[in-house]
Design a protein around this ligand. Structure first.
Ligand code: S3P
Length: 427
């Protein structure tokens, strides 16, 4: 994809449904008795991987791509059947780790595999606690990476202290905990996104949160639900940034999920001096949503560290782009998790922003950006990481000359209509 400088971005936009909530709706819908109907489902490749994996385990899922409505005919907690084929998770870490929590308790063996990026991502973080609960893993690759086999069985509840703040790890343990013989709890260093806890509660299970500890009791049945998925704040983030850094711009992004465990980008924008307003706030199964309006702003640098990091972990690439356009220095710390995302996002941001003329250095756990240098177009290798491709589209649209993003079709992972939506705002 080639991008040239855009003059201004104006208008209203609706971003696709939240990726995390869409994945969870397929998984809990499959384990519930009855039909779960999901509106606003994200039709991105990652969530489609979750659908195809549960279909392979005997669940009927009707996906109306046009309306974005998905109907999952759940078969109850014990209704999954042994897949006759490998469970292909594509590029999706969420499918891999959450589904592993469910597979840990099934009376069969299944094999999980995915693309080249998935095969590099750390799975020891779920293999360790799920093995403690009683599941058996056989990694078919080095370093506990995919592909791996899981043989489920009777599970016992554990009280686990996780070394990482990760909703995927937390969710895997909580989902396994539905089947364990006693209470299961997980404590993380900082609170990560709580969509699993909220949705488990909505499906009628006994799940409680206390600070950074989440606890689940074994469930006898999950009840099918109606789920309305709000827009994904991680997708909205590209338009938030674009509206702030592009001259003469004003953008409203409608119905965006603003769960407090996901809204770190809003806090950071305010700290950087952004013109940003939230209106029409609505509550849906504990998942609030609102309209976000941004307009061109003089941004300044800030320090981002500590417990806010899990609340904006996927937004750090686009925050780094905003920081390159801001006055002064932005310091991002405590974000070593960036190294094990779809790509090593510290290295990829440093390499690509430097190629555009930005003053950025990578650190062990983040990056330091001295903003305010004019950026110029460059050839950007997205490393097939959707968040990198979208972040550099916004950077390219605000720099001199042409930017070429290689592998930009990877936006299909979380936002298939991304380039179309940017074009709508340019008119
Ligand atoms: C997600 C959790 C986060 C996030 C990912 C989606 C989820 O990953 O980066 O895009 O849906 O639970 P970690 O749990 O690895 O932090």
């Amino acid at each position: 994809m080639k991008i040239t400088h855009y003059q201004k971005l104006r208008g209203e936009i609706t971003v696709p449904g939240d990726k995390s909530i869409s994945h969870r709706s397929i998984m809990l819908g499959s384990l519930a008795k009855g039909t779960t109907e999901v509106t606003g489902f994200l039709q991105g490749a990652d969530c489609l991987s979750s659908i195809s994996c549960f279909e392979k385990m005997g669940i009927t899922i009707e996906n109306n791509v046009k309306t974005g409505t998905v109907r999952i005919h759940g078969k109850g907690l014990h209704g999954l059947t042994k897949p006759s084929d490998i469970l292909d998770v594509g590029n999706s870490g969420t499918t891999t780790r959450l589904m592993s929590g469910i597979l840990a308790a099934q009376p069969f063996t299944a094999t999980i595999d995915g693309d080249a990026s998935i095969r590099k991502r750390p799975m020891g973080r779920i293999i360790t606690p799920l093995s403690m609960m009683g599941a058996r893993f056989e990694s078919l690759a080095a370093d506990q990476c995919a592909p791996f086999k899981i043989t489920g069985g009777r599970l016992k509840g554990i009280a686990y202290t996780s070394p990482v703040a990760s909703a995927q790890v937390k969710s895997a343990i909580l989902l396994a905990g539905l089947y364990a013989d006693g209470e299961t709890s997980i404590t993380e260093p900082f609170l990560s996104r709580n969509h699993t806890e909220l949705m488990l509660k909505a499906f009628g299970t006994d799940v409680r949160s206390n600070g950074t500890t989440a606890t689940v009791r074994p469930a006898s049945e999950l009840t099918a639900q109606q789920i309305s998925v709000p827009g994904d704040i991680s997708s909205a983030a590209y338009f938030i940034a674009a509206g702030l850094i592009t001259p003469n711009s004003e953008i409203t992004i409608k119905n965006v999920g603003i769960n407090p465990t996901r809204d770190g980008i809003l806090t950071v924008c305010k700290a950087m001096g952004a013109n940003i307003q939230i209106s029409n706030i609505k509550d849906g199964i504990g998942e609030p949503a609102g309209d976000i309006t941004v307009s061109t702003s003089e941004l300044h640098g800030c320090t981002i560290e500590g417990d806010i990091i899990p609340k904006l972990i996927d937004e750090i690439p686009i925050i780094a782009v905003m920081a390159a356009y801001a006055k002064g220095t932005t310091i991002i710390k405590d974000a070593q998790e960036l190294k094990v995302k779809e790509s090593n996002r510290i290295d990829v941001m440093v390499k690509n922003l430097s190629a555009m003329g930005a003053d950025i250095e990578g650190t062990e756990d983040g990056m330091i950006i001295h903003g305010g240098r004019p950026l110029h177009g460059a050839v950007i290798d997205s490393k097939l990481d959707h968040r990198i491709a979208m972040s550099f589209t916004i950077a390219g649209g605000n720099s001199d000359g042409e930017t070429e993003i290689t592998g930009s079709e990877c936006v299909n992972i979380s936002y298939p209509a991304f380039y179309n939506d940017i074009n709508l705002l340019m008119r």
